[in-house]
Structure formats: structure tokens, C-alpha cells
Design a protein around this ligand. Structure first.
Ligand SMILES: [Cu+2]
Length: 345
């Protein structure tokens, strides 16, 4: 009974706390893709609440209606043979629920994968977003500029983000603008989004990628296209150029603040091919050869000496005999407990 009271307190405080969070970013979308996702989540929650309501009402009704009663000693309950209609109902309803949820989910997935409706005819602004330990690099190929740890975008224009990573897999997520997508080292993932409300939106890496991953946050600033052009011009005229040497040292630095450059790294460190290319090359009959030849287009990101986890050289010589397991070794000799003594044998 005490346990149940504790659970009740925990549950009600959760309800209070969670309902107090009016600013859950996912439910405060500022663009069509995020709006689709938010309404899909809300719709699923509504369906779930509907199901729970029906289940709990039926549960209470059945519990009270069929509870143990004081009936006569010679009472025999009526013999029931099942009910065709009941069975039809409780098979059909779940099928309908699953169908409705699937249709809604597939439709919203397709819609967020594509350029948002109404923006298909506009030329998208391409931005390469690359992660490295532990920061984000944003390259604007058309404008020729690059930023670190902040992303400025114009509103009411489709943005095509091309995600990749210098190092481990990370995940790019600006919850108020779009869903999350992974950034990987040897291929590009495309993410389409549009911001239709100017403002500052928090973006972050949502995939644990090492000790600094919690600090991989960046500000996405959505502004009018005039302000955006102004900002680009300002960066072009005032920011320093980004050369290979500077970029290499930037990659090697764990944490940096915001930085702006009047040139970008794409000229000397091109991005990998996109996912479609990657699939194509590996799916070829001589997949490996094709992929090898293509290595120049897929630059291997620089790795630090600590990152030798995935080295092709195994730690153990395969020809060396396996170390004897303690099980085979224990011939009933109790004195063999000290490990250092053991090695001397
Ligand atoms: Cu792939």
C-alpha cells in the first residue's frame, strides 16, 4: 500500500512537471517539416489516449459488474459458447488502429523527406554541415563562406543540408525546424527544411560521439533574405580566409567558439559523395574495386593516434596460440591462486 502511494506521488508529479513544460521544442515548430512531425506525434498520442480511455472504462465496468457476489448456493453461471460479433470487433479494431497509424506515419515520413510543399519550385540553398570532434562546420558553397558552430539561414527558402562527419557518426537535429538525421564519414545524408518564422533555434548533436558530444550545440538563426544577404556580404568582407593549414588545426582542436571564414574548406577537402552514389558504388559487381577507385572522392577523415579502435591491424597475432583458459588449467591445485606466481610456472 505504501509503495502504491509512492508511485501515485511520482506519477502525479511527473504529470505536473511535464505539463509545465510548455516549451518542448518539438511541439513548437517553426517550419513545415517540423510542423508535420509535431502533428504526427500529437495525433499518435491522441489515438493512444483514446485507446487507453476505452480500455480503462471497460476494465472498471467489467470489474464492478462481474465482481464476486453473494449468490444462492445452487447458482450455476450460464454456459457461454463465445460470440462471433465480439471476436469480429476485437480483431477489426486493432487492424484499423494499426492501419491508420501506418498510413499517417508513412505519409509524414515521405513529406519530411522531400522539399516542403509550396517550396518545390524555389532553388534550394545548399549548405554542407560537417561535424568533427566536437564542433559543427557549415559551408555555403554558393556564397563561398564557412562558419563554425552557428548556422544562419534565410526564412521562406528551402534549405538543403548535406550532412557528413570528420570522425564518428553524429546526428544533426534542430527540433524546431526538422527531424534528426545522421552525419557519417564517407557519405552525405540530405536533410530538407524550411524555416518560416525568423528566430533563433537550438541545434545539437543527438548521437553520443565521445566525451565532448554534449557540447556540440549550435545556434540556427533564421532571418529574412535581405538580412541573410547582408550577413553573407559582411562575412565575405570582414572574415579571414580558411586555408588548409587553418582547417587542419581547427579539426584538431576539441572545442572552439563561433568562427566565420570568407572561404570554405570544400575546395581542398571536398565532401564525400551522397548516399545514392555510395550505394551505387558498393552495389556494383566489383563493388570493392569501384569503391577503392573512388577513394579520392571519399576523403578519409584525419584520425588522431587515440582513434585506433578500428585499425585493420589486429592487436593479437592470429598465429599465436590462444592463452590457456583458467578452466583448463585448474587441475585441482589450490595453490595456483596467486596470479603472479602462476606466470612463473
Ligand atoms: Cu550508405
Amino acid at each position: 500500500m505504501k509503495k502504491r502511494g509512492l508511485l501515485f506521488v511520482l506519477f502525479s508529479s511527473l504529470v505536473l512537471l511535464l505539463s509545465g513544460c510548455s516549451s518542448i521544442a518539438v511541439f513548437d515548430p517553426k517550419g513545415p517539416a517540423a510542423r508535420t512531425l509535431s502533428s504526427t506525434i500529437l495525433f499518435s498520442i491522441a489515438v493512444m489516449i483514446g485507446i487507453l480511455l476505452v480500455v480503462y472504462v471497460l476494465f472498471i465496468v467489467i470489474l464492478s459488474k462481474y465482481r464476486a457476489k453473494n449468490s444462492k448456493d445452487d447458482y450455476i453461471p450460464p454456459h457461454e459458447e463465445g460470440n462471433k460479433w465480439l471476436e469480429v470487433i476485437w480483431i477489426t479494431i486493432p487492424i484499423i488502429i494499426v492501419t491508420v497509424l501506418s498510413v499517417v506515419t508513412v505519409k509524414s515520413t515521405i513529406s519530411v523527406e522531400n522539399v516542403p510543399k509550396g517550396y518545390e519550385n524555389q532553388k534550394p540553398l545548399v549548405i554542407y554541415a560537417a561535424s568533427s570532434n566536437w564542433k559543427w562546420h557549415f559551408s555555403y558553397p554558393e556564397e563561398g563562406i564557412e562558419t563554425v558552430n552557428y548556422l544562419n539561414i534565410p526564412t521562406h527558402r528551402p534549405i538543403e543540408l548535406r550532412l557528413y562527419s570528420f570522425g564518428p557518426i553524429t546526428s544533426f537535429w534542430v527540433p524546431q525546424l526538422a527531424g534528426q538525421k545522421y552525419a557519417m564519414s564517407d557519405m552525405i545524408n540530405k536533410l530538407n527544411l524550411v524555416a518560416d518564422v525568423p528566430g533563433s533555434y537550438l541545434g545539437r548533436n543527438t548521437n553520443f560521439s565521445g566525451e565532448g558530444s554534449a557540447h556540440m550545440e549550435f545556434e540556427t538563426l533564421a532571418m529574412s533574405s535581405e538580412q541573410f544577404t547582408e550577413w553573407v556580404d559582411e562575412v565575405k568582407t570582414t572574415a579571414p580566409a580558411l586555408d588548409e593549414e587553418k582547417f587542419t588545426s581547427l579539426l584538431a582542436t576539441a572545442h572552439v567558439g563561433r568562427e566565420s571564414f570568407s572561404t570554405n574548406h570544400l575546395s581542398f577537402s571536398p565532401a564525400p559523395g551522397d548516399h545514392a552514389d555510395h550505394m551505387y558504388h558498393t552495389d556494383m559487381e566489383n563493388g570493392n574495386v569501384e569503391h577503392q577507385e573512388n577513394k579520392e572522392e571519399h576523403p578519409t577523415p584525419p584520425t588522431s593516434p587515440e582513434e585506433t579502435e578500428f585499425d585493420s591491424v589486429p592487436n593479437v597475432d592470429p598465429n599465436e596460440p590462444l592463452p590457456q583458459s583458467p578452466a583448463e588449467d585448474s587441475s585441482g591445485d589450490i595453490e595456483h591462486t596467486d596470479h603472479t606466481n602462476h606466470e612463473g610456472h
